[in-house]
Design a protein around this ligand. Sequence first.
Ligand code: SF4
Length: 322
Amino acid sequence: MKHIFGPVNSRRLGRSLGVDLFSEKVCNLNCVYCEVGPTVRLTCQRAEYVPTAGIIAEIDAFCRDRARLENVDVVTVTASGEPTLHSGFGTILAHLKKVAGKPIAVLTNGTTLGDARIRQELQQADIVIPSLDSALAAGFRKVDRPAACLDLAEIIEGLVRFSREYRGRLWLEILFVRGLNDSDEEVGALAGVIGRMRLERVQLNTVARPPLESFARPVSHRRLREIAARFRAIRPGLVVDLLAETPRDSEEQQQAGAEGGESLPARLVEIVHMVQRRPCTAADIDRTFQAGGPEKVEQLLEPLVRAGRISKRRHGDRIYYH
Ligand code: SF4
């Protein structure tokens, strides 16, 4: 399947089946931290970049296998780019609601919510996770490098409006890049927008995986905690999560992996698909495939690395497969 992947274990969504609406990266941003690679089509144009009927056929084929579907907690609509730029987005969401019988989550960069039609289509989702990395024009340009057709003030108004109309669960994700959007001024401007939105959670992230640009550096965990405290003070009950991995997380992953025992070789193709979509550590892969520990994953992947099928890249203190 070209457009269905997983399920993969997502820390925030559980066992998540991914639906990727594109074959190459179509986005209206070219974020410095992007894990997908450089934007191939930098555009605000909504179009049927991939035939909707082909994506629906893959969804139907997956959903016919009830045993596989049982293993899914949530279906996540995402893209190698911005999924709402696909003109079949609303049709695909409606179809998923009909055939999957699972909660539907959508990951979006939040830039298209000024469009009433897209806001309406998103009403079908159970969870919407838009991003907003900066509420200041300079920070937005530096971090997200938008297409010329985007206007930050309109994006913010679209986000605020959607938050007031939407009936499902809305989580705002903000990714901080050291020196680009982590100043007090940036955080204050973001707090101003959050204060206007009706939100369930704010999720803070940083550059935890190999980014598109090597100058995109993570902010410290301490700074993320300070920012979280600032946002929690906006109003009582606002949940602010830290998504970036900590050393403690990787220890837990290794422990969980050591308890697993399923044979990995038969799933090598699925692993290659997983690392094609985003860089993953051996511990990430083990968490999804329960391969018997990260060391076991490394052994299994080494021949693929030597053959040039996948590559290894260091980011911070971790090695990522891509
Ligand atoms: S919005 Fe997402 S897909 Fe588009 S460039 Fe940014 S990180 Fe990459």
